[in-house]
Design a protein around this ligand. Structure first.
Ligand SMILES: C[S@@+](CC[C@H](N)C(=O)[O-])C[C@H]1O[C@@H](n2cnc3c(N)ncnc32)[C@H](O)[C@@H]1O
Length: 215
């Protein structure tokens, strides 16, 4: 399901800061050479990630689900001097492409790439985190939230992608598959959690923002 008519999306992109040359190239190369290119955040969402990161000016970002590195590169744009994006990917076949584009962007010192199962690696990546982007396997979203929420600093943010799952989250529970159920459970869990303030944005496939309170 497309949430926004194509012409409106194009208009929004027209008046949104363009992608850097490197991100444009990565976007193109992902679409021409990698399986499931729709997974890449893309121009508009990428600019939103960069914008939010620029507002937070994080020292430490956790990016769960690197894919070809697009979100990690966008999030790294807003880092405070000396800050770092820790990005986690389970698929080793993507390593060459990820490293190639981190190099092209000159971000070698700003992005640390970790390979393995996210749930196993997260506890070993030191916090506190200023910003977390959850965009890996959908069934584990609630688990990822539980693993990070107490390690996000007050005022820090957890962003989760695909929370609308092409509109499938609107189906009756009995018709949902495992991914849809997990995404629906994620939105409810975050909304009900008094530690965070939540905001679900119908951007692309749905982005859920959760801001950690001071308490
Ligand atoms: C939607 S893509 C990420 C897109 C990327 N964040 C972007 O914006 O361009 C999801 C990625 O998560 C990875 N992934 C899936 N399950 C994982 C797991 N258990 N641990 C780590 N990475 C995982 C997949 O291999 C895939 O590359």
């Amino acid at each position: 399901m497309e949430f926004i008519p194509e012409e409106i999306e194009a208009y929004a992109e027209k008046y949104t800061q363009p992608e850097s040359k490197v991100l444009q190239e990565l976007n193109r190369e992902t679409w021409s050479r990698v399986m499931q290119p729709r997974m890449l955040s893309g121009h508009l969402q990428g600019r939103l990630l960069s914008f939010l990161s620029g507002l937070v000016q994080p020292d430490r970002v956790l990016d769960i689900g690197t894919y070809t590195g697009y979100s990690a590169l966008c999030l790294a744009e807003g880092l405070a001097p000396g800050g770092k994006v820790h990005t986690i990917e389970v698929n080793r076949e993507l390593e060459h492409m990820i490293r190639l584009y981190i190099g092209k962007a000159g971000m070698e010192d700003s992005i640390a790439l970790h390979f393995g199962e996210a749930a196993e690696l997260i506890p070993s990546i030191e916090g506190p985190y200023d910003l977390v982007f959850i965009d890996a396997d959908k069934e584990n979203y609630p688990r990822y939230f539980d693993l990070v929420v107490d390690r996000v600093r007050p005022g820090g943010m957890i962003i989760a992608d695909n929370v609308l799952w092409s509109g499938n989250v609107l189906k009756p529970a009995r018709e949902m598959d495992a991914e849809t159920s997990a995404l629906a459970a994620y939105a409810k869990k975050v909304y009900d959690d008094p530690r965070v303030e939540s905001l679900l944005l119908p951007v692309r496939d749905g982005l859920m923002l959760a801001r950690k309170g001071d308490g």
